[in-house]
Design a protein around this ligand. Structure first.
Ligand code: SF4
Length: 90
């Protein structure tokens, strides 16, 4: 793990607690296509397409640097949550 993980407890917590971060998601309602994420991504996994950030999941290593870099908070992790207990009634 590199980058923000060592600095930002907020983004480190999900992995330490065993939640599975599965991918990076761009909220198209918030993305302004500034390209800040493109500039910081060490894997060159983000490009701007039709004015919005697009993540190449085959290149992304889930380091979270783009999340911190986005000035519009448009990028976040998608986490796999443990299954909720099922409600089975009589
Ligand atoms: S999480 Fe890291 S590797 Fe993945 S798109 Fe963002 S900056 Fe690039």
């Amino acid at each position: 793990m590199g980058g923000c993980w060592a600095l930002c407890e907020r983004f480190q917590l999900p992995l330490e607690k065993g939640f599975g971060v599965t991918k990076i998601v761009v909220d198209l309602k918030k993305c302004r296509g500034t390209g800040a994420c493109v500039l910081v991504c060490p894997q060159h996994a983000i490009s701007i397409y039709d004015g919005f950030a697009t993540v190449d999941e085959t290149r992304c290593d889930l380091d979270g640097i783009c999340i911190v870099a986005c000035p519009h908070q448009a990028i976040h992790f998608e986490e796999e949550r443990p299954n909720q207990p099922s409600r089975s009634g009589p």
